[in-house]
Design a protein around this ligand. Structure first.
Ligand code: NG6
Ligand code: CA
Length: 506
C-alpha cells in the first residue's frame, strides 16, 4: 500500500514537472497574432480617445493588455512600413520601397532573416492572411494564371492567403499560396498598369456604372470591378474577382481556419486587414452603422473582426498563451480617392486625434498609430509611453523565442521585448520617421528635415510637414506640433540633424 502511494506520488510529481516545462516552453514560444490595420489613425479607436465612434473589442484588447501611446510604423504609407516590419530595416535605405503598383515584383530579399522566417526557424507554423503589398514574382510582367513566385511563401510563410497590393488596385483577386483563387482556365487574367487591356469598362469612360464615384483628380478611374473604379487595368478572371463587401469575412474565415489548424503548436499569424483603406465597402450589415460614412462603418467592421478572433482564441482555450499585437501601417486619411462621405459625415471625428498631419505626412499623424499588445497569461494591463516601432518586433521576438538573427540582418531593429511585455517603459532612444522628408525623434524632441514641396496636400486634405527650413518640436509639451522651436534652439537642431545623418550613413 505504502509503496503504491509512493509511486503515485512520484507519478504526480513527474506530471507536474512536465506541465511546468510545457508552461515554460509556451512562455518562450507563445502563439503570436499580428493584426495590421490599413490607414487607421491614432484617434480612430475609442480607447485612443475617439468619441464619435465606439470600438468595444479593441478597447477590451487594450484594457487587458498594453496600450502604447508612442508606438509607430516607420513610414506614412503602406509598402515601406510593411517592408520594415518584415525585414527590420529602415525602408528608406533601399530604393523601390515606395507605394507599389499591383503588378510589382517582390521587394523583400529571399535570403535574409524576416519576421516570419525567424518564427519558422524556431519551429513555428507561420501564415499570412490579408493585404500583402510587397510585390510578387521576379518581374513586373508575369503570368497571373500560373504559379506566382517568389512571394510570401518564399520569405517565411508556410501558408499565405493574400491580395497582391491594395483594395483599390488591380488585380482584385485573392491568391492562396502561389495561385489565384477560383481562376478558370478559359478566362485568363491580364493586368497592365500602362495601358488598357480587355474590354472591361473604365470609370473614366463609364462613370454611370459606378456605385461609388472617384474623387476628382485622384485617378481610381481605370478598370471597374464591382461598380468601383480601380487603379490599373485588368481583364479576365471574372469568377476569381472578389466582392468588396466579402473581402473582410473571407480573410477572417481563412485566419480562423489557420488558427484552428495550428492551435496545438506554436504559430505566427500575420493578419493584414484592409480596413479602413479605400475603397471602403464593408459588408452591408455595417453600412450606415457608424454615422460617419463608410470609413466609420469599415472601422466598426475592423473592430468586429478583431472581436471574432479573440472569441475564437477563448473558445479554443489558447487565449492565455497567445500574444496579440494590433497596430496600423500608416496614419489616417479621409479622402483617398473616392467620394464615400468620409469628409461630409466626419461629424467632428478626428482620425489622428490630437496629432497633426496624417497619411503621407512627416508630422506625427503620419506614423504614430494605435499600438496594442495583449498576452493575458503574461502581461499586466497598463498604458505605456515607451517609444517603439513595428520594425523592432523582429529583434524583440528573436530575444523572446531564442532564435538568433545572423549578423547584418534586421540592422535597424531593436530588442524591446521588455517594453512589449510591459516590464519597462524604456523604449528606443531615437527613431527615424518617414513622411515625405525624414524626421528624427530623441528624448521627446522631434526634428523634421527641410524639404521643398507643398506644405498642404490639397487632394487628400492633409498637412505634409514640408517646410524649406528645419522644424523642431517638443513633443512632451506640444504633441500637436504647433510650435516650431527651431529658431529658439539652433544647437538642438544641429544635434538632431547630425544624428539623423549618422543613422542614415550607418
Ligand atoms: C495612392 C493612392 C491612394 C492609395 C495609396 C496607397 C492615388 C491618387 N492615391 O497613390 O488611393 O491607394 O496610394 O495606400 O492614386 S497605402 O496605404 O497602400 O500606402
Ligand atoms: Ca496603408
Amino acid at each position: 500500500m505504502k509503496k503504491n502511494l509512493l509511486s503515485l506520488f512520484f507519478i504526480a510529481m513527474a506530471c507536474a514537472a512536465t506541465a511546468q516545462s510545457v508552461k515554460k516552453t509556451r512562455i518562450k514560444s507563445p502563439n503570436v497574432i499580428y493584426i495590421y490595420a490599413d490607414d487607421l489613425g491614432y484617434g480612430d479607436l475609442s480607447c485612443y480617445g475617439a468619441t464619435k465612434i465606439q470600438t468595444p473589442n479593441l478597447d477590451r484588447l487594450a484594457a487587458n493588455g498594453i496600450r502604447f501611446t508612442d508606438g509607430h510604423c516607420t513610414s506614412a504609407t503602406c509598402t515601406p512600413s510593411r517592408y520594415a516590419l518584415m525585414t527590420g530595416e529602415y525602408p528608406w535605405r533601399k530604393k523601390g520601397t515606395g507605394i507599389l503598383p499591383g503588378d510589382a515584383a517582390l521587394i523583400i530579399p529571399t535570403d535574409r532573416t524576416t519576421l516570419p522566417n525567424l518564427f519558422q526557424k524556431a519551429g513555428y507554423q507561420t501564415g499570412i492572411v490579408g493585404k500583402w503589398h510587397l510585390g510578387l514574382g521576379e518581374t513586373v510582367t508575369k503570368d497571373w494564371n500560373g504559379e506566382i513566385k517568389p512571394g510570401p511563401n518564399e520569405v517565411g510563410f508556410n501558408y499565405s492567403f493574400i491580395f497582391p497590393a491594395t483594395a483599390d488596385r488591380v488585380p482584385t483577386v485573392f491568391l492562396e499560396n502561389h495561385k489565384v483563387v477560383a481562376l478558370e482556365a478559359n478566362d485568363p487574367i491580364a493586368v497592365d498598369y500602362t495601358k488598357k487591356v480587355g474590354d472591361d469598362p473604365t470609370g473614366k469612360d463609364h462613370p454611370e456604372l459606378l456605385k461609388m464615384q472617384s474623387s476628382p483628380g485622384q485617378g481610381h478611374n481605370q478598370t471597374i470591378v464591382n461598380g468601383i473604379g480601380r487603379i490599373g487595368y485588368m481583364s479576365g478572371g471574372k469568377m476569381a474577382r472578389w466582392v468588396d463587401e466579402e473581402v473582410s469575412t473571407t480573410f477572417l474565415a481563412n485566419a480562423q481556419s489557420f488558427i484552428e489548424k495550428n492551435q496545438k503548436q506554436p504559430f505566427f499569424l500575420y493578419f493584414a486587414l484592409t480596413e479602413p483603406h479605400v475603397p471602403r465597402m464593408p459588408a452591408t450589415r455595417f453600412k450606415g452603422k457608424s454615422g460617419l460614412g463608410l470609413r466609420g462603418d469599415a472601422i466598426l467592421q475592423l473592430d468586429w473582426t478583431v472581436g471574432e478572433i479573440m472569441k475564437q482564441l477563448r473558445l479554443l482555450g489558447i487565449e492565455k498563451n497567445t500574444m496579440v499585437i494590433f497596430t496600423s501601417d500608416n496614419g489616417p486619411v479621409l479622402d483617398d480617392g473616392y467620394q464615400d462621405e468620409a469628409v461630409t459625415k466626419q461629424n467632428g471625428h478626428l482620425p489622428a486625434g490630437v496629432l497633426r498631419g496624417g497619411k503621407y505626412s512627416a508630422l506625427e499623424g503620419g506614423t504614430r498609430v494605435p499600438f496594442i499588445v495583449s498576452w493575458p497569461g503574461q502581461i499586466k494591463p497598463q498604458i505605456s509611453p515607451a517609444l517603439l516601432s513595428q520594425m523592432d518586433l523582429i529583434a524583440s521576438f528573436s530575444s523572446l523565442i531564442g532564435q538568433p538573427i545572423p549578423k547584418g540582418d534586421a540592422p535597424d531593429s531593436e530588442n524591446l521585448i521588455a517594453a512589449l511585455l510591459g516590464k519597462t517603459v524604456k523604449g528606443r532612444s531615437s527613431f527615424v520617421e518617414q513622411g515625405g522628408p525624414l524626421s528624427v525623434i530623441k528624448e521627446g524632441w522631434k526634428y523634421i528635415s527641410p524639404s521643398e514641396g507643398a506644405p498642404y496636400m490639397k487632394d487628400v486634405g492633409i498637412e505634409s510637414g514640408n517646410l524649406p527650413t528645419a522644424q523642431l518640436y517638443n513633443l512632451k509639451e506640444d504633441l500637436s506640433e504647433k510650435n516650431n522651436l527651431a529658431d529658439r534652439y539652433p544647437e538642438r537642431v544641429k544635434e538632431l540633424a547630425e544624428l539623423l545623418e549618422e543613422i542614415r550613413q550607418k
